[in-house]
Write a protein that binds this ligand. Structure first.
Ligand SMILES: [Zn+2]
Length: 414
C-alpha cells in the first residue's frame, strides 16, 4: 500500500480491474438472463465460451444429462448410449450441409443426387411445401426422389422435409412421444389438431382426458416443438436435455440439477502470460455463475420435489395448489427469481416424461382436472350445483360459485 486513493485517470492496473469487473457483471447478467432460458441456450453460451476461451476445459461429463446417473466409460446404463457434454455438437457452420452429407450416406446407392434435389427444395423453415410433387426432378426418377426424401427425413431433425407445418409438428410429436414426451402429443397434433388449436376443452372431451392435461401438452408444444425444424442459417433444433431431473426411490422424490463439474467443465491449469490470466479469470467467473444458476435451480427443485411429490408420482389428480411466492419464501429468493427460473424450464419425471416446470404451480389443478374430466364425460353434469355435488362425492369440495368460475375458464380454454 502506497498512500491514499489517487485522483485523476485510472492507472493501467485499475483500468484492467474495472474492465474485468465490467465483464464479470456482463457475464453474470447474462447468466441471470439465462435462468429464464431453456437449457439449450445455456449450452450455446458454454459452447461459445469453450471455443473462445482456452482456460475453460471440457472433460467428459460425469453424469448423464438426461437421467442424472453417473456415467461409466462415458455411457449411461439407463439411457443406453454415449452422452456428450452438449445435447448435440455446437451449432455447425452449416447444419444443412451436414444433414445433406448424412442423408447421402443413408440413401440407397444411386439416390445421392435425389438427396441433393430434395435438400435444394427445402424452404427457409426446412419444409418441403407440397412434397415431392412440387419438385423439379432434374433427371431423377420418382422412386429415387422418394428414397432421397426418406433419407433427408431420417438425417434431419424430426419434421424435416415435411410437406407443411402441421405435418412437421406431427413428426416431432411422434419423436417426442417415443422419447419420453407426453403420449397425448400424437393424438392432439394428429387427429385432433383443429380442436387442439381452437378449443382445448373440446379436444380434451374428444380424447376423454382433462383440460389440464391438454394445457400441459400445449405448454410442451410451445417449449419444445417448432414449425421450422431445419431453419436456413439457424442453429440446431434438436431437443435439449431437461433442466431438472426428478427421481423416485421408496416413494420419495428427489431432484437432481447437474453442476458444471458434473458436466466435466473445469479450469485449465496455469498457462503463460497476462492474456492467460484474463482468460482464466473469465473462465472462473463463467463456472461460478453456472454453478450459482444450478444451485438456485437445485434449491427450487428440492422444494418442488417435496411439495409436489404426489403430482410427480401420480399425475395431475394429485397436484397440490402451489404459488411461486410460496416457493420463493421457502427457497429464500425473490418471487421474480422463481418466475425466471421456471419460465421455459422442463423437468424429467421418474417415468421419463418431460413436463414444464410451470406445471408444478397453480391452484386447484386437481380440482380443475376432475371437473374437466366430468364435463368431458359421457354423462356431463346438467348444472354447476350438480357438478359441485358430484365432485364432493369424490372428496373435492368446491363452492358452486367456484365450480362456475372453473367451468367458464375451462370453456374459454384458459
Ligand atoms: Zn441416462
Amino acid at each position: 500500500m502506497t498512500g491514499g486513493p489517487r485522483a485523476g485517470p485510472p492507472t493501467q492496473q485499475q483500468d484492467l480491474v474495472l474492465r474485468h469487473e465490467h465483464r464479470l457483471t456482463t457475464l453474470a447478467l447474462e447468466v441471470l438472463r439465462l435462468l429464464a432460458k431453456p437449457q439449450e441456450d445455456v449450452d450455446r453460451l458454454v459452447a461459445d465460451q469453450l471455443e473462445k476461451n482456452p482456460a475453460l476445459l471440457a472433460a467428459g461429463p460425469r453424469r448423464c444429462r438426461w437421467c442424472g446417473l453417473s456415467l461409466v466409460d462415458g455411457r449411461c446404463r439407463a439411457c443406453g448410449g454415449p452422452v456428450g457434454l452438449m445435447a448435440e455438437p455446437p451449432a455447425a457452420a452449416d447444419e444443412r450441409d451436414e444433414v445433406r452429407l448424412v442423408a447421402r450416406q443413408l440413401a440407397p446407392r444411386g439416390c445421392e443426387r435425389a438427396v441433393d434435389v430434395v435438400m435444394a427444395g427445402l424452404d427457409a423453415r426446412g419444409l418441403l411445401p407440397g412434397g415431392l410433387a412440387e419438385l423439379t426432378p432434374q433427371g431423377c426418377a420418382p422412386a429415387q426422389l422418394a428414397a432421397g426424401l426418406r433419407a433427408v427425413q431420417e438425417a434431419g431433425p424430426p419434421g424435416t422435409a415435411a410437406p407443411d407445418a402441421a405435418a412437421a409438428l406431427l413428426a416431432q410429436a411422434r419423436w417426442h412421444a417415443a422419447h419420453g414426451g407426453p403420449p397425448l402429443l400424437v393424438p392432439l397434433l394428429g387427429d385432433h389438431l383443429a380442436a387442439f388449436a381452437t378449443d382445448r376443452a373440446a379436444a380434451a372431451a374428444a380424447l376423454g382426458v382433462g383440460v389440464a392435461e391438454v394445457d400441459a401438452v400445449a405448454r410442451f408444444v410451445r417449449a419444445r416443438l417448432t414449425p421450422a425444424p431445419l431453419p436456413s442459417g439457424g442453429g440446431p433444433r434438436h431437443p435439449a436435455p431437461p433442466d431438472v431431473i426428478l427421481r423416485a426411490q421408496d416413494g420419495e422424490v428427489s431432484a437432481v440439477v447437474l453442476r458444471p463439474d458434473d458436466l466435466g467443465l473445469a479450469l485449465a491449469p496455469d498457462g503463460p502470460g497476462r492474456g492467460w490470466q484474463t482468460a482464466r479469470a473469465e473462465a472462473r467467473s463463467l463456472l461460478d455463475v453456472l454453478d450459482r444458476r444450478a444451485g438456485t435451480l437445485q434449491r427450487l427443485a428440492d422444494v418442488l420435489a417435496h411439495r409436489q411429490r404426489g403430482f410427480v408420482l401420480h399425475g395431475p389428480a394429485a397436484h397440490r395448489p402451489l404459488t411461486r411466492a410460496q416457493v420463493a419464501a421457502e427457497v429464500g429468493v425473490h418471487p421474480s427469481t422463481v418466475s425466471r427460473a421456471v419460465a421455459g424450464a422442463v423437468a424429467r419425471l421418474p417415468d421419463g416424461r418431460i413436463v414444464a416446470l410451470a406445471d408444478f404451480f397453480g391452484g386447484a389443478v386437481s380440482a380443475r382436472a376432475a371437473l374437466a374430466a366430468m364435463l368431458g364425460s359421457p354423462r356431463p353434469p346438467r348444472s354447476d350445483a350438480e357438478a359441485a355435488a358430484r365432485l364432493a362425492e369424490t372428496g373435492v369440495v368446491l363452492a358452486r360459485r367456484t365450480v362456475a368460475k372453473y367451468r367458464r375458464e375451462l370453456e374459454e380454454g384458459s
